[in-house]
Design a protein around this ligand. Structure first.
Ligand code: F6P
Length: 331
């Protein structure tokens, strides 16, 4: 294999840049050429790419986002789209592809391998941390710290005004970010898509907190929680639905903060830089060792690799010990 391709795809995650840097510099060290595709799979389809060298990844280790930019590419979801990509890869004489992204992006890579035999190594990167068989995805640690910083600030003002705050956190289908930051931020309630809840439970929890003399009440909710409460209006924010309900039922001053996309930006934390760097290098090693369809993974602080197929077919379950502990400590 003379040449490898690399791309970032799906929602960006802090740490993608250090991962690209590590891929490029490890490959160059091992006398390989690297092609970086822009805008995820779209760059592969449109032939929008750049030849990368050690210098193309200088001064990016501390930057959020991705210098290769990213996109969600609908065309690549079709077999025709993937065939077009395969032809481009062949034409460029690329021996294998490293895909840095979340569930959807790695699924695209897996299909490209199954249908056209292109060796693909996935690097899990999503602030949602919802890929199975890895404890950490790139971006999760930075996003947790960003959310925690916001929760600390909200707590200051919540206590000063003796107010209830509902803080909506990213996570369309997964509650890891909300769960871990809710615990680390000392939230009174944590609501996540994986665990059903009733609006009455939130009200009772608020009342119990006030009776125990709590000065504030912070409810952390993942954006994908309580889908059934949104009815057919799936675009309604769950944060606002809960905030309105508390106002109506308890007549307490309630504010809603939707943290939104600021959670996806920012300079990667030390932990994210370290795992991105290790994962990028491991991905190159796997390709050069002749591996075909693997995902790099972090398990018990070690960087290992697992079957891409198995990782994508497994659901990552919520750690109920963490959920229960957060509940007990918030009483
Ligand atoms: O990357 C994952 C994620 O941040 C989800 O938590 C969120 O629902 C989604 O992406 C938002 O996507 P977009 O940037 O397309 O609005």
């Amino acid at each position: 294999m003379k040449k490898i391709g690399v791309l970032t795809s799906g929602g960006d995650a802090p740490g993608m840049n250090p991962a690209i840097r590590s891929v490029v510099r490890t490959a160059v060290y091992r006398n390989k050429e690297v092609i970086g595709f822009y805008n995820g799979f779209s760059g592969l389809l449109d032939g929008n790419y750049t030849e990368m060298n050690r210098r193309s990844v200088g001064d990016i280790i501390h930057r959020g986002g991705t210098i290769l930019r990213t996109a969600r590419c609908r065309e690549f979801e079709t077999k025709e789209g993937r065939e077009k990509a395969y032809k481009k890869i062949e034409k460029l004489d690329i021996g294998g592809l490293i895909i840095i992204g979340g569930n959807g992006s790695l699924t695209g890579g897996k299909l490209l391998n199954e249908e056209f035999g292109i060796p693909v190594i996935g690097i899990p990167a999503t602030i949602d941390n919802d890929l199975a068989m890895t404890e950490f995805c790139i971006g999760f640690d930075t996003a947790m710290n960003t959310v925690l910083d916001a929760l600390n600030k909200i707590r200051d003002t919540a206590t000063s005004h003796e107010r209830t705050f509902v803080v909506e956190i990213m996570g369309r289908d997964a509650g890891y970010l909300a769960l871990y930051t809710g615990m680390a931020g000392g939230a009174e309630s944590i609501l996540i898509p994986e665990i059903e809840f009733r609006l009455d439970d939130i009200i009772n929890n608020c009342k119990a907190g006030f009776e125990r003399g709590k000065l504030h009440n912070i409810i952390v909710v993942a954006e994908g929680a309580g889908k059934e409460l949104k009815g057919d209006k799936n675009s309604r924010n769950i944060g606002n639905i809960i905030g309105n309900h508390i106002r109506n039922e308890l007549s307490v001053e309630t504010r809603v903060t939707i943290l939104g996309h600021l959670q996806r930006g920012g300079s990667p934390t030390a932990r994210d830089r370290i795992i991105s760097t290790q994962m990028g290098s491991k991905a190159v090693d796997l390709l050069l060792d002749g591996e075909e369809s693997r995902m790099v993974s972090c398990q018990a602080n070690n960087i290992v690799d697992v079957s891409l197929d198995k990782a994508l077919n497994k659901e990552k379950s919520i750690d109920m010990d963490i959920y229960n502990l957060a509940r007990i400590l918030s009483l």
